[in-house]
Design a protein around this ligand. Structure first.
Ligand code: GLC
Length: 545
């Protein structure tokens, strides 16, 4: 089937789009330094075009000391030399554009690197014009203003003796939070975003955007009182351009807030990443390292709430993977015997829904988690968490088990292109080890196998563009209490879709509802057998009226 190109000049084009996230450090290296680069991405655009995606969410490539792999930006208008030059970026934007692929730039508007010029100036004195671009509180160097804890461990407050002040950081010490109450800061950020729009990018992924309006004195991080006011200003000043797509990362989003964020009038953003479904397999009130098994009915109820809640009043993003999450096939599927079947099943579950799907690099190959020794991990979060938890009395094995299951480096191992040396990722030494299973799981092998996970994703992308009910139909669960099967329908006036997913590694008895007995099979990962669902079996059935 010929590739379907979207008209991106109008707002809303993303409702038919599928995006693909690239973590540049791990995608494709071309200069042998073991780190992926922009030329590497350019060299793989044909692969992405063949897959059929419409946009690339590019994790940060701006200049950065790389304390948090580029989420600590020291110059928002420069490309980090590790990834290439501004010219490479311009080539990437235009070469991708020729293939119908937009570049969506990842920006951290909540914080900068401590190496950023603004912060370096801010450190000079209390009356430096940039001082107020950051969040400061007076103190004594002994007792921080309050007990707030940073996401990567330790206090949110770092003492600067020569100023007699603490600065606030929600993440690493090297990622000072910016002060959005300062209108000059906001203006500079908007200018910088316009600079990128001028370069031809298609939109932005806005890092932890629900945390920009923090109020540290009230111990508020997410959803601060001025949040929506700031986003509406951002939209008016920068985003109102037709066709600019924005996705905000919002860990604290619920359906009501998401209606504001993704209001169809474009007054804020296009959509947000919400994480309610992602948090279902951790102990309530604790963090992601405290794991519990996924209870399937809870996942179904959660996704139904979002599907029904935003239908007609907002827009969902659809994802199970990103650079901060473990590989979903290892998490909710089976990365051993049923790796291929369960990867396809999970994709079916997600890609039958309303919203804009995001595929994380390697997800289309069914890439899995990795197990490394502690000193092989690079992620600042893993190391800080290890130190903190062992100090709290957890033993080494317990902490390693949670790193193997939940650590962010699971997603960050190099892309597996071939079965050869370092999976075809680099000719040098990869910055993070390649998963040894690249011998079996790699793009070259997937492209040679018509039953691969790759071709299944390619088909799902085509279906979103050709079967309107996938984009616009209403959503209802079938058999909501089943602990084994995730089934749902999507309905519009003239089309009806049934999606069925066996979430277990068992063969189970399950009857297709009578009205779908004669339906067209759009997609399945097995040859269907009446009355039975095989391990991780999935199917999509369509009725046209
Ligand atoms: C977001 C990013 C994550 C980063 C953090 C701080 O959660 O996705 O990778 O570490 O923000 O910028």
């Amino acid at each position: 089937m010929a590739r379907i190109m979207l008209d991106k000049s109008k707002r809303g084009w993303w409702e038919s789009a599928v995006f693909y996230q690239i973590y540049p450090k791990s995608f494709q290296d071309t200069d042998g330094d073991g780190i992926g680069d922009l030329q590497g991405i350019i060299s793989r655009l044909d692969y992405l075009e063949y897959l059929g995606i419409d946009g690339i969410w590019l994790s940060p490539v701006c200049a950065s000391p790389q304390v948090d792999n580029g989420y600590d930006i020291s110059d928002f208008r420069a490309i980090d030399p590790m990834f290439g030059s501004m010219e490479d970026m311009e080539t990437l934007i235009s070469e991708a554009g020729k293939r119908g692929i937009s570049i969506i730039l990842d920006l951290t508007l909540n914080h900068s690197s401590d190496r950023h010029f603004w912060f370096q100036e801010a450190l000079k004195s209390r009356d430096n014009p940039y001082h107020d671009y950051y969040v400061w509180r007076d103190g004594d160097g002994v007792t921080p203003p309050n007990g707030m804890r940073a996401t990567f461990g330790g206090s949110c407050w770092t003492w600067v003796p020569h100023l007699g002040q603490y600065y606030f950081h929600q993440f690493a010490v090297e990622q000072p939070d910016m002060n959005w109450d300062n209108p000059n800061l906001r203006r500079e950020l908007y200018d910088m975003m316009r600079f990128w729009i001028g370069k031809g990018i298609g939109g932005f992924r806005l890092d932890v955007i629900d945390q920009i309006a923090k109020e540290p004195d009230l111990e508020i991080t997410g959803n601060g009182p001025r949040l929506h006011e700031f986003l509406q200003e951002l939209s008016r000043e920068v985003l109102k351009e037709e066709g600019i797509v924005t996705v905000g990362e919002a860990w604290g989003a619920n359906v009501e807030r998401a209606k504001l964020y993704s209001a169809p009038d474009g007054s804020e953003l296009s959509m947000v990443f919400q994480f309610q479904h992602i948090g279902l397999d951790q102990e309530p009130g604790k963090d992601k390292w405290d794991m519990i098994p996924l209870h399937l009915p809870a996942l179904k109820q959660c996704l139904r709430h979002w599907q029904q809640g935003l239908n007609g009043t907002g827009w969902n993003s659809l994802f199970m993977n990103n650079h901060d999450l473990p590989r979903v096939v290892s998490r909710w599927g089976n990365d051993g015997q049923y790796r291929v079947e369960s990867a396809k099943m999970l994709a079916t579950m997600l890609h039958g829904m309303q919203g804009t799907p995001y595929i994380f690099q390697g997800e289309e190959l069914g890439m899995t988690n990795i197990r490394l020794e502690l000193d092989q991990y690079k992620d600042v979060e893993i190391h800080n968490m290890y130190a903190e938890r062992t100090a709290m009395g957890y033993d080494h094995d317990t902490v390693m088990n949670s790193i193997w299951a939940r650590g962010r480096d699971n997603a960050r191992t190099p892309m597996q292109w071939t079965s050869g040396w370092h999976a075809g990722f680099t000719t040098g030494t990869p910055w993070l080890p390649v998963n040894p299973n690249c011998v079996e799981i790699n793009a070259e092998a997937a492209l040679d196998d018509p039953y691969s996970v790759f071709y299944y994703y390619k088909r799902l992308i085509e279906l979103r563009k050709t079967v309107p009910v996938i984009r616009f139909g209403s959503f209802e669960l079938v058999d909501p209490d089943s602990e084994q099967v995730f089934a749902y329908t999507r309905d519009s006036a003239d089309q009806h879709l049934l999606v069925v997913c066996n979430f277990t590694g068992e063969e189970i008895a399950w009857d297709i509802p009578a009205e779908y007995q004669e339906a067209e099979i759009l997609l399945t990962n097995y040859e269907p057998t009446p009355g039975i669902l095989k391990p991780y079996e999935a199917m999509m059935l369509l009725i046209n009226e």
